[in-house]
Design a protein around this ligand. Structure first.
Ligand code: SLL
Length: 256
């Protein structure tokens, strides 16, 4: 799923033609990480019924700074939490908490003012308990439970000043005039590039993507073979039925 950001069509704003139909996407990662308390070392301030420490976050892929398009993030926690609306005004966009239960977190994105975009909300389920394979083993080892998603925000026909921010055009121009901005541009023009390989900080890479595509390709082939086999079986059964009908006549349908 893509988080689609809709803006007013260019035709109604008189925006320059060159931005018509332009879409710019920016990747990001969001999710939760949770770990059960160490019984020998419970966090001191945690209420007695709490069992886990957890964190919810939004960050750039490959630890890229995304604050040039994302201004602030509001996390809406379960109503059982005091001050359940947590506004995070700048990076790192994250909330650390303790608790006992899983719930859906509403994550509201506020874009930089240049974007003129309205805030957008996505939801994410906080996971405290291990899932997938070897649940018992994971529990025993008190492994961290991660539930992390890759996502892309898609800006449709960004307004001119935001287009510059997104593509680094503005940064480069300022770079000529000021040493400070020059430093920013030396860091590199912002991109939506996904790194080639997995690293410690980032599991989303082209390498993984192509492995996933191979896996999907193989699965499609298996399903295609299964469909052919099932069709063959169906034809055999239908032939048998037709033969039986010839020799035995049609079966009587029971009255209800
Ligand atoms: C459940 N529907 O029943 C969920 C609700 C609530 C989670 C989970 C602690 C809040 C607090 C907390 O973990 N709330 O008392 O500080 O599982």
């Amino acid at each position: 799923m893509r988080v689609k950001i809709f803006v007013v069509p260019a035709s109604t704003t008189g925006r320059a033609d060159q931005y018509q139909g332009v879409q710019i996407h920016r990747p990001f990662v969001y999710g939760t990480e949770a770990i059960p308390f160490d019984p020998a070392n419970r966090p001191k301030n945690a209420p007695a019924d709490h069992t886990h420490s957890w964190k919810v976050f939004v960050r750039g892929i490959n630890v890229e700074d995304i604050s040039y398009w994302l201004k602030k993030v509001q996390f809406k926690l379960h109503d059982t939490y005091p001050n359940s609306l947590r506004m995070i005004e700048g990076p790192p966009f994250e909330v650390e908490e303790t608790g006992w239960g899983e719930f859906e977190i509403a994550i509201k994105f506020y874009f930089v003012p240049e974007s003129t975009e309205k805030p957008q909300t996505i939801w994410h389920g906080l996971k405290l308990h291990p899932y997938g394979d070897d649940v018992e083993g994971k529990k025993e080892r008190r492994e961290m439970v991660k539930s992390i998603c890759y996502e892309e925000v898609l800006f449709n026909e960004p307004v001119e000043q935001f287009y510059d921010v997104l593509t680094g055009g503005g940064t480069n121009q300022r770079g000529k005039a000021s040493a400070k901005a020059g430093k920013a541009s030396a860091k590199g023009v912002p991109t939506a590039e996904i790194p080639e390989r997995v690293s410690k900080e980032n599991v989303y890479s082209r390498e993984q993507e192509s492995r996933e595509l191979d896996r999907l390709g193989a699965a499609i082939k298996t399903v295609e073979v299964q469909i052919v086999e099932e069709k063959k079986k169906l034809i055999e059964e239908e032939t048998k039925l037709a033969e039986l009908e010839k020799t035995e006549g049609r079966p009587l349908t029971k009255k209800k």
